[in-house]
Design a protein around this ligand. Structure first.
Ligand SMILES: O=P(O)(O)OC[C@@H](O)[C@@H](O)c1c[nH]c2ccccc12
Length: 268
């Protein structure tokens, strides 16, 4: 069983909803990321979603785009991101790490080389935003034998047929994108999220994570009533940007936001 599936099983036994923070690796500088990952776990993160910086992140809003730019200014590559995961694993053997990124860097490295390096580093899941499941066979053939779960996105507009195809290709969990558009939006409609997560559950027994637009403890709590995981990105990345010239303050500031979300989620 993959580390992600194990984690969801443990959470289910405790009736706990997962909290999944997203940060871009290497933002605002490479030395921030690994200590920040540990601080997020201490503040209640159950899984970490780590963004691989990319020059043309078309699914991302301005906040996460700028995070990618800051990391790229430091030359942070897919190689470096894998090294950060290895370093994180030296003192955390349990918390799953999902890499979020665009296909190009993985293609450039080569699927087999990537899969082996990611497994050795201790990566547990891969979300490639611009790779639909219909075109993912080769990548899936490389990562699945390495126990790396492919994470796919389901959108508000996904038809039942498409939902089924995505759920069949995925493992670990499926990611429901709660709003149309890009990351960092603030128009999450909780009623629609409830209806869609229920619809998704007809297609799969996999846990359903919900992300996009969750920017407060209140919204995290509302989503926790219908999803198995609450995924939070831009609100954290924005705080990191505000503190980019005071990097020592980043980990405690992010921990504070996550602690408030954790407490709100645990009341559900
Ligand atoms: O930023 P938000 O609105 O809180 O949404 C989570 C999101 O940032 C994270 O999961 C993510 C970052 N980049 C992405 C690209 C596609 C899908 C998801 C993502």
């Amino acid at each position: 069983m993959s580390r992600i599936s194990q984690r969801f099983k443990q959470l289910e036994e405790k009736s706990r909803v997962a909290l999944i923070p997203f940060v871009t690796a290497g933002d605002p500088g490479p030395e921030v990321t690994v200590p920040l990952m540990h601080a997020m776990v201490e503040a209640g993160a159950d899984i970490i979603e780590l963004g691989v910086p990319f020059s043309d992140p078309m699914a991302d809003g301005p906040v996460i785009q700028r995070a990618s730019e800051r990391a790229l200014e430091h030359g942070v590559s897919l190689h470096d991101v894998l090294a950060m995961v290895s370093q994180f694993r030296e003192s955390d053997a349990d918390t799953p790490v999902v890499l979020m990124g665009y296909l190009n860097p993985v293609e450039v490295m080569g699927y087999e080389t990537f899969a082996l390096a990611a497994q050795n580093a201790g990566v547990d899941g891969l979300l490639t935003v611009d790779l639909p499941p219909e075109e993912a066979d080769d990548l899936l053939a490389a990562i699945k034998p390495k126990d790396i779960d492919p994470i796919f996105l389901l959108a508000p507009t996904s038809s039942d047929e498409r939902m089924q195809r995505i759920c069949d290709a995925a493992s670990g969990f499926v990611y429901y994108v709660s709003v149309k558009g890009i990351t960092g939006s603030s128009h999450m409609a909780i009623g629609e999220v409830a209806a869609k997560t229920a619809q998704i559950r007809k297609h799969t027994a996999l846990p359903v994570g919900v992300g996009f637009g969750i920017n407060s403890a209140e919204k995290a709590q509302a989503v926790a009533q219908v999803g198995d995981a609450v995924i939070v990105g831009s609100v954290l990345v924005k705080r990191m940007e505000e503190l980019s010239d005071r990097p020592d303050e980043i980990a405690p500031a992010i921990a504070q936001i996550l602690t408030a979300m954790r407490q709100a989620i645990d009341l559900v």
